[in-house]
Write a protein that binds this ligand. Structure first.
Ligand code: R5P
Length: 301
């Protein structure tokens, strides 16, 4: 049986890449917004007894979630055997505790919501910090992909004498892995967040790396406050301008142009979210995850 693929609006790049890599049936849909802002969803292709994958990054989630849930609900009603969400960027992972009394712990509520509509989740480097695994949050099975080998490949092929740097302790998990795969040294800075877009960094001794190329790595670049503070810190202490490597190019408002103006050599991200900084392709990772799920479903039959 061939897997079927539904692509969320605006994520066609992802759909085309997956259809090129795998033999999948494209499910055609009409998705639009009524004049009053409500969304309209129609599925034109038969999905009865099919395993259906819905692909689309969920950055700016409020604009996408209802469409996604209406799609999943209709696919179920039309007889889909399993419905799998491929969300290369998984939102609502950072509010993972009540930082101030009365705050919604949205990572839990969001996981509960998606778990009622989907059978399985495929995602890339979700922001796991206080929750150590997606299993702590999601009631469905998941496949958590890692971009470290792709980022390390990029470093190996583009940079001579790199040192891999993380802006905060949370980044150590991927910084350490990339450094190992790229055969480079690494270290992490210490971050304190003062406001949504304001952070201060304190540091670490960089005197061992005088003529290295600093590669700053973070999972999410959103306001770019973290990267900007790290770039400022490094520019005062190292001779070469840093390269910023981000996994998820969330980039709010003018964050990207601001970061570019702060003395970075370049900013490179994966295409988990389409953005002009994309330079690392994750589609083969997603295609392998689809194949794994299909093989698992066949062996369970
Ligand atoms: C934080 O815990 C994450 O790993 C990133 O450092 C953070 O989300 C980056 O956000 P911003 O670009 O807004 O500083």
């Amino acid at each position: 049986m061939k897997p079927s693929l539904v692509v969320l609006p605006g994520q066609e790049y992802l759909g085309e890449a997956l259809l090129e890599l795998l033999d999948m049936d494209r499910v055609t849909t009409t998705i639009k917004e009524f004049p009053d802002g409500e969304c309209y969803v129609r599925i034109h292709t038969s999905v009865n007894q099919q395993i259906v994958f819905i692909a689309g990054s969920l950055n700016r989630p409020s604009a996408k979630i209802l469409t996604l849930l209406f799609l999943a609900a209709k696919l179920k009603e039309l007889g889909s055997r399993k419905i799998v969400l491929i969300a290369p960027y998984l939102p609502y992972m950072r509010q993972d505790k009540e930082f101030h009394a009365g705050e919604s712990i949205t990572s839990i509520y969001f996981a509960r919501l998606l778990s009622t509509y989907f059978d399985h989740l495929i995602t890339l480097d979700p922001h796991l910090h206080r929750h150590r695994s997606l299993k702590d949050l999601y009631q469905i099975s998941s496949d958590c992909l890692h971009s470290a080998p792709l980022l390390a490949d990029w470093v190996r092929t583009h940079v001579e004498k790199p040192v891999i740097l993380g802006p905060d302790s949370e980044s150590k998990q991927w910084v350490k892995e990339i450094a190992k795969l790229a055969n480079a040294p690494y270290t992490v800075l210490l971050k304190q967040r003062l406001a949504d877009d304001q952070v201060t960094l304190t540091g670490t001794d960089l005197s061992d790396f005088p003529d290295f190329v600093p590669i700053l790595v973070d999972d999410i670049i959103s306001t770019a406050g973290t990267m900007t503070a790290a770039v400022g810190y490094l520019n005062k202490r190292m001779t070469k301008p840093p390269i910023c490597l981000g996994i998820h190019a969330v980039f709010s408002n003018n964050a990207y142009s601001c970061l570019l103006s702060k003395g970075v050599s370049k900013v490179i991200t994966t295409n988990s979210i389409p953005h002009e900084s994309n330079g690392i392709d994750i589609s083969s990772l997603l295609a392998s995850a689809i194949q794994r799920y299909m093989l698992g479903s066949i062996s369970k039959q």
